[in-house]
Design a protein around this ligand. Sequence first.
Ligand code: NAD
Length: 268
Amino acid sequence: MTRIAVSGAAGRMGKMLLEAVERDEQASLAGGVVRPDSSLVGADAGELAGLGRLGVPLVGKLDEIIDDIDVLIDFTTPTLTLANLALCAERGKRMVIGTTGLDDDQQAALADYAGQVPLVFAANMSTGVNLSLNLLATAARALGDAGFDIEVIEAHHRHKVDAPSGTALMMGRAVAEALGRDLQKDGVFQRVGHTGARSAREIGFSTVRGGDIVGEHTVLFAAEGERLELSHKASSRLTFGRGAVRAAHWLMTRDAGQYDMQDVLGLK
Ligand code: NAD
C-alpha cells in the first residue's frame, strides 16, 4: 500500500486526485490539504470529492499529516509546491508534482531538492501525451528539416493562469531537441502586427483559453502541399489523477532524483 496525501485538495485537480487515490486498490488516502483559512478544514475528503464519507480528514497544513504519508501529490502553485517540497525534504517524503508555470529559478530550486527527495515532476501526467512526445520526436526528425514548418497549438479552460501550457512547452522541447534547435531562440510565443515571413527554424506557439476545455494540444507539421497534425485531447481530469497515482507507486522504489512521466511509463 502506498500512503498518499493530496495538496490543493479543493482545486479542480485536487478533487480528481482524491478520487484517483481512493479508487486505486494499492493506494490509501491519508488526507487532503486545503488553505488554512478554508471552511473545508476538518471536513471529510471523500465528501469533498463526491465519494461519500471516507473518514479521511482535510487539514489546513501539510505538517499535520506528513508523518503519516509515503508520497505527497501536489498540483497547486509554484510557491506552494516549493514550500511543500522543502517540508518533504526535511521529513524524508517522496513527491509527485504536477504544478505548471514554474520560472527558471523555481525549476532550479526544485532540481536542488531532487538531490534529497525522489520526485516526479511532469507538466502532464497522461499516458497519451507522454507517448506523443516520442511520436513527435520521430516526426520532427523526419520532417523538421525537410520543408515542414512546426507549430504548437493548445487550448484550455478559462481559469488557467499560465501560457503556453506546460504540456505545449514539453511538446515544443521534444521537437526542438530532436532537431538540435533551442526553444529560447527558436520559439515564437507571440505574433502581432507586421511580423515578416515565418523563418524555417522557428517553432510557433498559439494559445486558446475558454470555457471548460480540459486540455487539447496539436503539433502541426505544415509543408507546401501537405500537413501532418498530431493531436491529443483530454476529456477528463481523472486521466491526470491516475497518472499521478501511478507515479506515486513507481517512486516507492526509487532513490532521490528528479524523474518525469517518461521515466514512470518506461518510454525513455
Ligand atoms: P486550481 O486553481 O483549481 O487549484 C489550485 C489549488 O491550490 C486550489 O485548491 C488552491 O486553494 C490551492 N492553493 C493555492 N495556493 C495555496 C496555498 N498557499 N495554500 C493552500 N492551498 C493553496 O488549479 P488546477 O486546475 O487544479 O491546477 C493546479 C495546477 O496543476 C496548475 O499548475 C495546472 O496547470 C496543473 N495541472 C497539471 C496537470 C498535469 O498533468 N501535470 C494537469 C492539470 C493541471
